[in-house]
Write a protein that binds this ligand. Structure first.
Ligand SMILES: C[S@@+](CC[C@H](N)C(=O)[O-])C[C@H]1O[C@@H](n2cnc3c(N)ncnc32)[C@H](O)[C@@H]1O
Length: 222
């Protein structure tokens, strides 16, 4: 099922990255990314929103406890490639064009928001986190798999150095973002986090975990 809504007004169009994305992912998926995807998406349940779903590489992994996945994606070149995967997915899927900073959904609409490899690219990550907190139902959570800024100063400096090039080559990807810090500063509380050693030296570590709107009880994990 595909919902085309009003164009999101942001020109995010990377035809070459979209054309190469599945091919580029294949090797990484074999080296462990597929398993990490399965784990993070396996934490989703109920009504799910996936932000920046790209070419739909998570869709095959959604578990039966998910009633529907709404995939938000602003780049129509990515979006088109997600369409065939949305038809083969084990759960109902709808695709929506839009950006995470302006989610076109009512407050408290989703049990789970899924973000994989996306906060590195979003223009205003703090704005997106605030939107995620807004659309989560009480008791809902964000589950994430993201590459983040290195803890060691030397590697973080390397990431700062390579970020301008990476942004140009990889459709706006910032390898030097402290995404976990952004989640916390913009209104979520990280309740579960695991470091995942994966990816090229300037795009690691990755973190896999979950977060809930700050102020909610801390009893939910796993
Ligand atoms: C590296 S890809 C990751 C795709 C997918 N999540 C995955 O795990 O393969 C980043 C995706 O974020 C999308 N994106 C970029 N800016 C965005 C924004 N402001 N809001 C939502 N998605 C965005 C891009 O179009 C792209 O599809």
């Amino acid at each position: 099922m595909t919902d085309r809504i009003e164009p999101c007004g942001k020109a995010i169009r990377h035809p070459w990255v979209a054309a190469l994305y599945d091919w580029l992912c294949e090797a990484a998926e074999r080296r462990g990314l597929a398993e990490h995807r399965r784990r993070v998406v396996g934490m989703a349940s109920g009504e799910v929103l996936e932000i920046g779903g790209g070419t739909g590489r998570n869709l095959a992994h959604y578990p039966a406890g998910v009633s529907r996945v709404t995939v938000l994606e602003p780049d129509l070149h990515m979006y088109r490639r997600a369409l065939p995967k949305s038809r083969r997915a084990p759960v109902p899927v709808r695709l929506v064009e839009g950006v995470a900073e302006a989610l076109p959904f009512r407050a408290a609409s989703f049990d789970t928001v899924v973000a994989t490899l996306v906060f590195c690219t979003i223009a205003d990550p703090a704005g997106a986190v605030r939107q995620v907190a807004r659309v989560l139902k009480p008791g809902g959570r964000l589950v994430f798999l993201e590459h983040v800024r290195a803890e060691t100063p030397g590697r973080a400096r390397l990431q700062d150095l390579l970020t301008p090039l990476q942004r140009r080559l990889a459709a706006g990807c910032h390898p030097n973002r402290d995404t976990v810090g952004t989640l916390r500063e913009a209104g979520l509380r990280v309740v579960q986090i695991e470091r995942v050693e994966f990816g090229p030296p300037w795009v690691r570590p990755h973190v896999l975990g979950s977060a809930v709107p700050a102020g909610e009880g801390i009893s939910r994990g796993g």
